[in-house]
Write a new protein. Structure first.
Length: 202
């Protein structure tokens, strides 16, 4: 399946949600795996009022080096191109502290699984996987640098209406094969019949 097809599904789900809600809450994830997807979404954005969309980050790195933050890369590959395309500055929430999730819903969530099956900054064997709150959580022992991060809770993922989970590249195939025993399992199963889950593996 091509990037263009993934983007088509994204817009299908976004328009479905916009048909019944005045505002839509869209979660995006950092890293480089989804660069092509984000660039294509920005380039293809037409006839959707960007002022109705509230973006938020699935997780953020706690570091003094701005260029290493997820938002820095997302600005480069997605939010700045999207602003140039639409003439509107996207509304983006960047989590800086642990605490209650700031929106009433999570409508559409984009996640990319790591080689170890982690999503956002929810890593195998970590206590955050058992958290049941509607919140952002503190991570102090990430196996990937930096060790300190802020991540959405599993509950936010479970209650999201539409979730896209990407397992991209050869190094992610083992995680895809073992997904039922890894953190990615949180995202790939709907918790109610009306939810949508889209899993992409290539």
């Amino acid at each position: 399946m091509s990037t263009q097809e993934h983007v088509r599904f994204f817009f299908e789900d976004l328009k479905q949600i916009l048909a019944t809600h005045s505002e839509v809450y869209v979660g995006v994830t950092g890293g480089v795996s989804l660069d092509g997807f984000y660039r294509e979404v920005a380039a293809s954005w037409v006839a959707i009022d960007l002022t109705r969309i509230h973006f938020y980050l699935s997780d953020e790195r706690v570091t003094e080096i701005k260029s290493e933050k997820n938002i820095a890369h997302l600005d480069e590959v997605f939010f700045t191109p999207l602003s140039k395309k639409t003439g509107v500055t996207p509304q983006v929430y960047v989590p800086e502290f642990a605490g209650k999730f700031p929106f009433p819903r999570s409508d559409l969530l984009l996640l990319s699984a790591g080689p170890d099956g982690h999503i956002a900054s929810l890593f195998p064997g970590h206590s955050q996987l058992e958290d049941k709150t509607w919140s952002y959580l503190e991570v102090t022992d990430s196996p990937k640098p930096p060790s300190k991060r802020i991540t959405m809770s599993p509950e936010v993922i479970r209650r999201s209406f539409s979730v896209f989970v990407f397992f991209l590249g050869v190094q992610k195939q083992a995680a895809f094969g073992n997904r039922e025993s890894l953190p990615a399992r949180i995202a790939i199963h709907a918790s109610s019949p009306d939810q949508q889950r889209r899993i992409f593996n290539f």
